[in-house]
Design a protein around this ligand. Structure first.
Ligand SMILES: O=C(O)C(=O)C[C@H](O)[C@H](O)COP(=O)(O)O
Length: 202
């Protein structure tokens, strides 16, 4: 099944302390969000992916902020199940394709989406969703690019997600609002599970 259709929301997670990775993933899964993107923005990110992959088998853990082919290799060896990038270069999409994993390459314009669709890649991350034009922009892309589907991410919250999810060219949305830094730091797994269950009901 397509990455876009597994859950209405993909939590985008920034891990500062590797010890939070497994309880956080369990809270997200219990709340109903099994697809989790761990951004490669922090030092513990790869170890966090490895631990979630090993200890939370119900989760589908992927690597976000993929920018280089070295990132792809590192994500693969950590056990990532999918790859997400904020934007796309030719070598990056070639590397993602060669990885054998599902992937969501980033695109923010009609031209970027067309370049990927020309290669047969038609499921994309729309980033940064809100600054790039949000719901109105995606609605406008639907006419000329009806076969391209998106996971918009960037500035989306629980209250704005439904407008995106109502679009026919949106499969799911991504966001960091499910795992607030203060909830991770204080180990407030109940709060994260509640945020996940609200999002899973969208
Ligand atoms: O790190 C990445 O790979 C990214 O592409 C950026 C993230 O998806 C956004 O930063 C989402 O963050 P919020 O706007 O807080 O929901």
């Amino acid at each position: 099944m397509s990455l876009l259709d597994l859950a209405p929301v993909i939590p985008v997670v920034v891990i500062d302390d590797v010890e939070t990775a497994v309880p956080m993933a369990r809270a997200l899964v219990s709340g109903g969000l099994p697809v989790i993107e761990v951004t490669l923005r922090t030092a513990p990110a790869l170890e966090a992916i490895a631990r979630i992959a090993a200890e939370v088998p119900e989760a589908q853990v992927g690597a976000g902020t993929i920018r280089t082919n070295d990132d792809i290799a590192a994500a693969l060896s950590a056990g990532a199940k999918f790859l997400v990038s904020p934007g796309t270069t030719l070598s990056l999409v070639e590397g993602m394709d060669a990885s054998g994993l599902p992937y969501l390459p980033g695109a923010a314009t009609a031209s970027e989406a067309m370049a990927l669709a020309e290669r047969g890649v038609k499921e994309l991350k729309f980033f940064p969703a809100e600054p790039a034009g949000g719901v109105a922009y995606l609605k406008a892309l639907q006419g000329p690019l009806p076969d391209v589907r998106f996971c918009p991410t960037g500035g989306i919250r629980l209250t704005t997600a439904p407008d995106y999810l109502a679009l026919p060219n949106v499969g799911c949305v991504g966001g960091t609002w499910l795992t607030p830094a203060d909830a991770l730091a204080s180990g407030d797994w109940g709060r994260i599970e509640k945020l996940a269950s609200e999002a899973a009901a969208l």
